[in-house]
Design a protein around this ligand. Structure first.
Ligand code: NDP
Length: 256
């Protein structure tokens, strides 16, 4: 008889940053379907409330926590408020992220700073704030959303690639510092998914043609296909997995 509680998230509370749409919303919904109570983070009230209604429609217990993950004071206060008002955060999905595209020689300082702030600093800010609550409890799961761009470059997105490479190594560093204290930190690296972030790529037929040729699975990913990996990394099933980056990319980074 298989232990069917291995992947269960019943009784756990998960904070998902950037959960108002796209990958964050899909992961929040997926974790909720495996029993977790969800805290949805984002900056904008209406889409966040709409996301909560989606989960509510699925019978998933969810609340919203609106704060900007690039603002360390707001992050600390936001995490404190969740722990105080709703209870312990058992799982953190560090998902909020942005993209900016331009040839590197024309890349603006403003866009560089925005990428570092959202894609890298915020992973540290939210990870540290949540870990400070998890460490005394000697348990907790953190999943940092990396990217195929943690491994591979593409034209026009060098700074994004730099942030995602850094998140990969920050994940290994967090895992190394905190594993002895009962925390598990891992990365989930999506390939290409049709979210708002990739609107211009979706509209570009040449890109889709390139992607389908380049990806062994021969297609874009669907956001619900990220759920299994996130549930695995958030559940007892991954109890001895630390500092691992799980690629969910249709084989893209495994082939030339
Ligand atoms: P979307 O642009 O669709 O969603 C981004 C989410 O992040 C929104 O909910 C947005 O809400 C939130 N967000 C952005 N900035 C902040 C902030 N400062 N504070 C709080 N929330 C913020 O992106 P995706 O769903 O496509 O991407 C999610 C993650 O997955 C990102 O880290 C991305 O780099 C990564 N990824 C995506 C891939 C893809 O193919 N789509 C591939 C590989 C990795 P709001 O703006 O309202 O705050």
């Amino acid at each position: 008889m298989r232990d069917n509680t291995l992947f269960s998230l019943a009784g756990k509370r998960a904070l998902v940053t950037g959960a108002s749409r796209g990958i964050g919303l899909a992961l929040a919904r997926g974790l909720g379907q495996y029993g977790a109570k969800i805290v949805l983070n984002g900056r904008t009230r209406e889409p966040l409330e709409a996301a909560r209604m989606v989960l509510d429609g699925d019978g998933i217990e969810a609340v919203t926590a609106r704060f900007d993950v690039t603002d360390q004071d707001a992050v600390i206060a936001g995490v404190e408020a969740i722990e105080r008002d709703h209870g312990p955060i058992d799982i953190l999905i560090n998902n909020a992220g942005i993209q900016r595209r331009a040839p590197l020689e024309q890349f603006s300082r403003k866009d560089w700073d925005a990428l570092i702030a959202t894609n890298l600093n915020a992973v540290f800010f939210v990870g540290q704030a949540v870990a400070q609550h998890m460490l005394p409890r000697k348990q907790g799961k953190i999943v940092n959303i990396c990217s195929v761009q943690s491994e591979l470059a593409r034209p026009g997105i060098a700074p994004y690639t730099a942030t995602k490479g850094a998140v990969k190594n920050l994940t290994k560093g967090m895992a190394t510092d905190w594993a002895r204290h009962g925390l598990q930190v891992n990365g989930l690296a999506p390939g290409y998914f049709q979210t708002e972030m990739n609107e211009n790529l979706v509209a570009d037929k040449d890109f889709t043609k390139w992607l389908c040729q380049r990806t062994p699975a021969g297609r874009w990913g669907r956001v619900d296909e990220l759920v299994g990996a996130a549930v695995f990394l958030s559940s007892e099933a991954s109890s001895f997995v630390n500092g691992h980056i799980l690629m969910v990319d249709g084989g893209l980074t495994s082939s030339v």
